[in-house]
Design a protein around this ligand. Structure first.
Ligand code: NAI
Ligand code: 15L
Length: 269
């Protein structure tokens, strides 16, 4: 069941893949859903409003945050690439977001972190939130920065944040790796709902995956969030095996949890 816990909820990255998947689902969580991105998000419905902003533009981010009581922060560069755009959107952008949240008294944030914060752990290892970050690129480093920055804003200013280390959130798992990392859209919404509605969130790191039989992540340190996944990649296993080759165990993309991201770069800017 989705609890309506917030009056005005801000969704950044609303024009992106997950933003579009969550837009209708988040209607149940709030009275007004404010949509933001740097590109157009389409016409607002009667329960929606739109405030566009580039995350690197501090005054625009301030206006985007003013008047909301919680934030689901999905906006930013979502794949590995050159450092410049990642610096602007994910590092400066997340700083701008937390400064605006502090100034406007926002008390809770759900931050879309990524499994690439820990992408250089091996696929044969099970890790939990206490394992140190091992980012697999500039993108993973930027998400690790967001996790640390949000911890600082919790310790210093009391702003609660859930850092969801999203695995692979797509309609279906695309390859064998995603059988371990897959997070259905409905489970992502369940997880965000849990983060928004649990009585005490504090600063929490949660791995975002469905109830997949094969997993590399242990969420036992996030029981207080109350996330119970209801979907599983297992129903796709046979089809994924049938259409994908057997893994080459000497390939770093197969050895490490981050998959192909561990081989990306170097980049010329
Ligand atoms: P996406 O790339 O489809 O959407 C990201 C959105 O952020 C885009 O609409 C883009 O216009 C916006 N954006 C980029 N730079 C911006 C800037 N400087 N200012 C304002 N907006 C900007 O990515 P997706 O798949 O929807 O992911 C959403 C979030 O979840 C991202 O933060 C991503 O890193 C994270 N994530 C997603 C995963 C997935 O499986 N889809 C896995 C792990 C993390
Ligand atoms: C991510 O962080 C990306 O945003 C997404 O596009 C996928 O590549 C995902 O990780 C993944 O690891 O499958």
């Amino acid at each position: 069941m989705t609890l309506l816990t917030h009056d005005k909820l801000l969704l950044t990255g609303a024009a992106g893949g997950l933003g579009r998947a969550l837009r209708d689902r988040l209607k149940a969580n709030c009275r007004v859903l404010r949509l933001s991105d740097r590109t157009a998000v389409g016409e607002p419905a009667s329960h929606e409003e739109v405030v566009l902003a580039d995350l690197a533009d501090a005054p625009a981010v301030d206006a985007m945050v003013q008047g909301v009581d919680a934030i689901v922060h999905l906006g930013g560069v979502s794949i590995e690439g050159p450092f410049g755009p990642i610096l602007q959107a994910n590092i400066l952008g997340v700083y701008n977001l937390y400064e605006a949240a502090r100034k406007h008294g926002v008390k809770r944030v759900v931050f879309a972190s990524s499994n690439h914060v820990t992408g250089f752990y091996r696929q044969g290892e099970t890790i939990n939130a206490s394992h140190p970050p091992r980012p697999d690129g500039f993108y993973g480093v930027s998400k690790a920065f967001g996790e640390d920055l949000s911890r600082f804003y919790f310790d210093r200013y009391g702003i609660e944040t859930a850092c969801i280390r999203i695995g692979s959130s797509f309609p279906e798992p695309r390859d064998r790796r995603m059988l371990a990392t897959w997070l259905s859209y409905d489970d992502l919404h369940r997880l965000i709902t849990a983060c928004l509605s649990t009585p005490v969130l504090s600063h929490s790191i949660v791995f975002g995956m469905s109830d997949n039989a094969v997993t590399w992540w242990d969420n036992s340190q996030a029981r207080h969030v109350g996330f119970v996944p209801q979907d599983s990649s297992d129903i796709f296993r046979e089809a994924v095996y049938a259409r994908t080759p057997a893994p080459d165990l000497s390939d770093p993309a197969v050895q490490f949890q981050g998959g192909g991201f561990v081989k990306a770069g170097p980049f010329e800017e």
